[in-house]
Write a protein that binds this ligand. Structure first.
Ligand code: RB5
Length: 149
C-alpha cells in the first residue's frame, strides 16, 4: 500500500506524525510537501496530491489543511479523484466502503492526532463494497467526463 501526502501550512504540523504513523504500519508514504511551515496555498498541494494519486494506479493520498475543506475541494477538481473530508473513524470507513475514496482529507484545526490515527486505521483497513455503490461511483465519474471535453 502506498500513500502520497500533502498539506498547506495549517496542516503542516501533522505531516511528520502522519508519515511516522503510516510507516509504523508498514505503509510506504511519499511526501509531496511543503517542506517548511511557511504560508502556502492549499489548492497547490491538494492538486499535487490528487495528480500523484491519479497517475499511480492503486495508490492513496492524505491531504491536510486547517479545516480539510479547501484542500479536499482542490483535490476533487482532478478528474477521477474522490477525496473525502472525514472527521472520525466512521466517516473514514464509509469513504472507502461506499465512496471508494482514494484520498483521505481532514483538518489539523478540527481533529486531534488520536482521531487522525483512528481515521487512518479505518481508511486503510476498509475495502470498497462495490455492488450498488459501484453504480453511484460511476455516476460521479460520469460528471467528470461530462465536463472534461
Ligand atoms: C489557512 O488559513 C486555511 O484557510 C486553510 O488551511 C484551510 O482551512 C482552507 O480550507
Amino acid at each position: 500500500m502506498k500513500f502520497y501526502i500533502a498539506t498547506d501550512h495549517a496542516g503542516f504540523h501533522y505531516k511528520d506524525q502522519v508519515k511516522e504513523y503510516l510507516s509504523s504500519k508498514g505503509i510506504e508514504v511519499i511526501d509531496l510537501g511543503p517542506e517548511t511551515a511557511d504560508r502556502v496555498d492549499y489548492p497547490d498541494y491538494g492538486r499535487k496530491c490528487a495528480e500523484a494519486v491519479r497517475d499511480d494506479a492503486g495508490s492513496f493520498g492524505i491531504v491536510i489543511c486547517g479545516t480539510g475543506i479547501g484542500i479536499s475541494m482542490a483535490a476533487n477538481k482532478v478528474p477521477g479523484i474522490r477525496a473525502a473530508l472525514c472527521h472520525d473513524a466512521y466517516t473514514a470507513t464509509m469513504a472507502r466502503a461506499h465512496n471508494d475514496a482514494q484520498i483521505l482529507a481532514f483538518g489539523e484545526r478540527v481533529v486531534g492526532m488520536g482521531v487522525v490515527q483512528s481515521m487512518i486505521d479505518a481508511f486503510v483497513s476498509t475495502e470498497f463494497e462495490g455492488g450498488r455503490h459501484e453504480r453511484r461511483v460511476e455516476k460521479i465519474n460520469a460528471i467528470d467526463e461530462a465536463y472534461c471535453e
